[in-house]
Design a protein around this ligand. Structure first.
Ligand SMILES: Nc1ncnc2c1ncn2[C@@H]1O[C@H](COP(=O)(O)OP(=O)(O)O)[C@@H](O)[C@H]1O
Ligand SMILES: Nc1ccn([C@@H]2O[C@H](COP(=O)(O)OP(=O)(O)O)[C@@H](O)[C@H]2O)c(=O)n1
Ligand SMILES: [Mg+2]
Length: 232
């Protein structure tokens, strides 16, 4: 979105065509992109490249993001990790977030988007992997509304359910949601809500579906060409 803003400004300063300028001015005055809400958002000033990283619990999102960071220099923002950090910081929302995570449900979107927004604003980088987000339509719409941007690309790690369960039960990171009861609930939420988001981006032509079976290295060899094609 910002790119369209930037290229329009360049056009305005370089052209001497009054008629064209009038048309641009009219477009700007009627277009939501140029509302004061969006202009005040500091993220619209950055040359953003946003990747959403989707997949069920244990599909290997975090593992592959670490490899993408190492190879392609992205900033990794895990929505789940930001929420766990919020719990650990004794935030007033901590117990609400903890209970939601234990129950395998999705935290209200504004909370998660504000945490992502804060990290994006603090970063000097412009290339972001937003991992585990959006988990549902509410997440997706909240990001569009608050950040004022769409993802450039979306990765979807497709993994069989039994493999995801096996990986989560072996994860061993002391997470409150890595137990069979919560996993069953998370898988239900994933199928009911997250796959709709996957379909949405597939219809938009932004989706890269990755077979998430095999070794970490084999999977990364499927991921690599996607990022090699977007040298930003
Ligand atoms: N290809 C793989 N094969 C086996 N285990 C894996 C693979 N990729 C990741 N893991 C392990 O599975 C667990 C879940 O991976 P993680 O990256 O945390 O997934 P997610 O972020 O999608 O929940 C971790 O313990 C990780 O080390
Ligand atoms: N967008 C998000 C992401 C995570 N979460 C919560 O955080 C939990 C853990 O998310 P995560 O992304 O760290 O989990 P994994 O898929 O990596 O196992 C989810 O099951 C949700 O309860 C959320 O509410 N909204
Ligand atoms: Mg993860």
């Amino acid at each position: 979105m910002w790119r369209r803003v930037a290229s329009l400004s360049a056009l305005i300063s370089s052209t001497s065509n009054r008629c064209f300028l009038d048309q641009v001015a009219y477009r700007m005055s009627t277009c939501k992109l140029f509302s004061s809400e969006v202009k005040e958002n500091p993220l619209t000033l950055k040359d953003l490249f946003i990747t959403f990283v989707l997949g069920g619990p244990g599909s290997g999102k975090g593992t592959q993001c670490a490899k993408i960071v190492e190879t392609f220099g992205y900033v990794h923002l895990s929505a789940g990790e930001l929420l766990r950090r919020e719990i650990a910081s004794n935030s007033e929302y901590g117990s609400m977030i903890l209970n939601t995570i234990k129950d395998g449900k999705i935290v209200p979107s504004e909370m998660t988007v504000r945490l992502i927004q804060k990290e994006m604003e603090l970063s000097n980088n412009h290339k972001f992997l937003i991992d585990g987000f959006p988990r549902n339509e509410e997440n997706r719409i909240a990001f569009e509304t608050i950040i004022g941007a769409d993802p450039d690309i979306v990765l979807f790690f497709n993994c069989p359910e039994e493999e995801m369960v096996k990986r989560v039960l072996n994860r061993n990171q002391g997470r409150v949601d890595d137990n069979i009861e919560t996993i069953k609930k998370r898988l239900k939420v994933f199928k009911a809500s997250n796959l709709l988001v996957v379909d949405y981006y597939s219809d938009k032509g932004k989706l890269f579906e990755i077979d998430a079976t095999g070794t970490e290295e084999e999977i990364f060899e499927r991921v690599r060409p996607v990022f090699a094609a977007f040298q930003v």
